[in-house]
Design a protein. Structure first.
Length: 192
């Protein structure tokens, strides 16, 4: 399993991503997935407020204002660093899903060969929250494996999950780009 350690690996990712996104349908698809991922990240943090915005006795303009204010750089919910990480994870999620879809369609790759993107989306969802949200969900999942609640005392206040998502999504994009080089059907090297 190779990692993107050389400059040409990063150029390969950029070139392949650019080639996929030059196809208009994949560019629109990547943009829609990015917006949907960002909306999922931010709305999952405050479901009662989102429910109120959708079903409460509010004017349409007030509903839209309330929902839009939940996004990074619009409302006060996120620090600039958290906003940059959330938008970065959402953009990489869109690119990853578009590249995977392109790879599946154009090269006939099976779903079993491309599971790392799903891991990146899961980490991105966990990383969307603060230490209380993301690490609490992770502690619940990892408690099945005997991991203690010491994850609640993370030094970066939960941003570790967003950073982990960036790493996993970057690896997924690299492995997809490497698999698409020369029409090869390599896909993700991680067995699921």
């Amino acid at each position: 399993m190779r990692l993107p350690t050389r400059r040409r690996d990063w150029r390969l990712m950029a070139r392949t991503g650019r080639l996929v996104l030059t196809v208009p349908s994949y560019a629109v698809f990547a943009a829609l997935v990015s917006v949907a991922a960002l909306a999922l990240f931010v709305f999952s943090l405050n479901l009662p407020l989102v429910g109120f915005a959708l079903t409460g006795d509010l004017a349409v303009g007030a509903r839209i204002d309330l929902l839009v204010s939940q996004f990074p750089f619009v409302g006060p919910a996120f620090t600039p660093l958290q906003g940059i990480l959330l938008v970065g994870v959402a953009l990489l999620t869109g690119l990853d899903v578009a590249m995977a879809t392109y790879h599946f369609r154009e090269h006939g790759v099976s779903i079993q060969q491309g599971g790392t993107g799903a891991a990146g989306v899961l980490l991105g969802t966990l990383g969307a929250g603060c230490a209380a949200c993301g690490s609490a969900v992770l502690v619940g999942l990892l408690s099945l494996l005997g991991v203690s609640t010491s994850l609640l005392f993370l030094p970066l206040d939960g941003l570790e999950f967003a950073l982990g998502a960036l790493v996993v999504l970057t690896l997924s994009i690299y492995w997809l780009a490497d698999g698409m080089r020369g029409g090869e059907i390599n896909g993700c090297p991680v067995e699921f």
